[in-house]
Design a protein around this ligand. Structure first.
Ligand SMILES: [Zn+2]
Length: 484
């Protein structure tokens, strides 16, 4: 008995020792570089962003609402406000309002880069709830206000400002630079990014890297992390939508059958919600833990250093943290439409539900369909794909030149900022570029925090004037850093 006790004790000590060794050898992987000097950003650059915000380039859900005159005004804005870009860069227009500029590099041996953004914005749902006119581009409290400030006009205008500034100084890149600005990102990108990506592919362009929106610099949004963390999206989730319908006998509500169409469908959807697809730590999450784990407090550091042992605990922490946390570790299940019935005393013969799934890398839309059928396991429920469906993007590497250049540029422009890859849980235009480059990164340079996270597609969207200035500095530095 005593011998068994000692063996057990030795085993426990060995195990604890193993955990501690793994924890203490899990050391920082953050790049150490010096900050670059801040270039002066003229006030006129701020005025140009304000002007861009005043143009109502709204993507509406219904095509009839599309206001082409606003997009024409934006075309004119580009031409008039960025004269060097307009006269010196090759310019192609797609579907009248999406733009691709090509800044020819002097060294054709170097692969080009693609800097992306979108010029459309989402509509204003509750204008009366805004504290400013959403299309005034007003400056108040050191912030620029309006729809599109953080999604995504500051980025488009930031890229244009950086390029115009470099052109004025007669900077000649060695590497060709493409600027790709779609006008319909918020409604799928079919007329903008899809056509631009097709064109580049047909031209035989293979980009060193593509940079689009996705993540930003988070401030105190990651539990346990004091410093700012710039997250670089190295993959984005897919999306599949399935329509479920049930056709059954109806009748009078005074004598209902044991099960009606509504009962069967309600049961099916609750089964789906109760049995989600299996949670997993995808490659982007692994990268996130590799880069940030060593910067965290002891408990998190130990868990991330020994993630094979603590996998269940890590996943359940994410699952229970928030909707966004749960979305990082699994394919999510969201019923979005549920309908049936027309009158209070008539049992309907038909009920319909639509469920949107956001798919994690490693799973596919077909996996989701098979899963749904298996879980529901009821022949009375018919399933079919509905609307727009796409598999998750490929996972871009973290050891590419593109990642390194973006990483370095963040560190050079933003003081005391950690960086880490992660999975983007929403969709971006860059998903259409997978045949143009295998190095697609999703990051825009501004600080996202409690103050502005809900304003994204919401009320009182704004950006700090200083953040916008740093965005221009970021894109300028990125172009300089990529130029080798
Ligand atoms: Zn966007």
């Amino acid at each position: 008995m005593k011998k068994l006790g000692l063996t057990l004790l030795a085993f426990i000590l060995l195990f604890v020792g193993f955990l501690l060794v793994k924890t203490f050898t899990f050391t920082s992987r953050q790049l150490q570089v010096d900050l670059v000097e801040k270039v002066i950003i003229p006030d006129s650059a701020i005025e140009r962003l304000q002007k861009a915000l005043r143009i109502k380039t709204i993507s509406f859900e219904t095509e009839e609402d599309f206001d082409s005159t606003q997009f024409e005004v934006f075309n004119q804005f580009l031409k008039n406000q960025y004269p060097s870009i307009d006269s010196l860069l090759d310019h192609k227009v797609f579907s009248k309002y999406s733009h691709l500029y090509k800044w020819q590099g002097s060294n054709s041996q170097l692969k080009p880069i693609v800097l992306m953004g979108h010029i459309d914005v989402v509509p204003i749902a509750s204008p009366d709830k805004w504290s400013v006119d959403p299309f005034s581009g007003e400056i108040k409290d050191g912030k620029i206000w309006g729809r599109g400030t953080i999604d995504d006009k500051f980025s488009v205008i930031g890229i244009l400002e950086a390029v115009e500034m470099l052109l004025k100084y007669n900077f000649q890149p060695e590497r060709t630079i493409y600027l790709s600005f779609g006008h319909d990102e918020e409604v799928g990108g079919e007329r903008g990014a899809v056509l631009i990506a097709d064109y580049l592919k047909n031209q035989g362009v293979e980009a060193e890297f593509v940079l689009d929106e996705g993540y930003a610099i988070t401030q105190k949004l990651i539990p346990g992390m004091e410093p700012d963390v710039a997250m670089i999206g190295i993959a984005e989730k897919g999306s599949a939508t399935i329509e479920f319908t049930v056709d059954m006998e109806g009748g009078h509500s005074s004598q209902p059958a044991k099960e009606t169409a509504i009962d069967v469908l309600a049961n099916a959807i609750s089964k789906l919600k109760a049995n989600p697809l299996e949670a997993t730590l995808s490659a982007p999450m692994q990268g996130f833990m590799d880069q940030l784990g060593p910067e965290m407090g002891f408990v998190n550091k130990m868990a991330f250093a020994n993630r094979n042992i603590f996998k269940g605990m890590i996943i359940s922490t994410y699952e229970n943290a928030s909707g966004a946390g749960n979305a990082l570790v699994r394919t999510t299940t969201s019923p979005t439409i549920f309908e049936g019935g027309i009158k209070e005393n008539v049992i309907p013969t038909y009920a319909r539900a639509v469920v949107n799934f956001r798919i994690i890398p490693g799973q596919t839309a077909d996996d989701v369909m098979v899963h749904a059928k298996t879980v529901i396991n009821d022949e009375r429920v018919k399933h079919k794909f509905y609307g727009f469906n796409t598999n998750p993007s490929a996972v871009s590497p973290m050891d590419s030149d593109g990642y390194n250049v973006i990483n370095r540029t963040i560190k050079e422009v933003f003081e005391n900022t950690l960086t880490a890859p992660n999975l983007v849980i929403a969709a971006t235009d860059s998903r259409h570029f997978d045949e143009v480059s295998s190095n697609i990164y999703r990051f825009v340079p501004y600080h996202i925090n409690e103050d502005n996270i809900t304003t994204f597609h919401g009320i009182d969207e704004h950006i700090l004037v200083d953040d916008y200035k740093d965005a221009i500095r970021f894109y300028r530095q990125l172009i300089l850093n990529s130029n080798q």
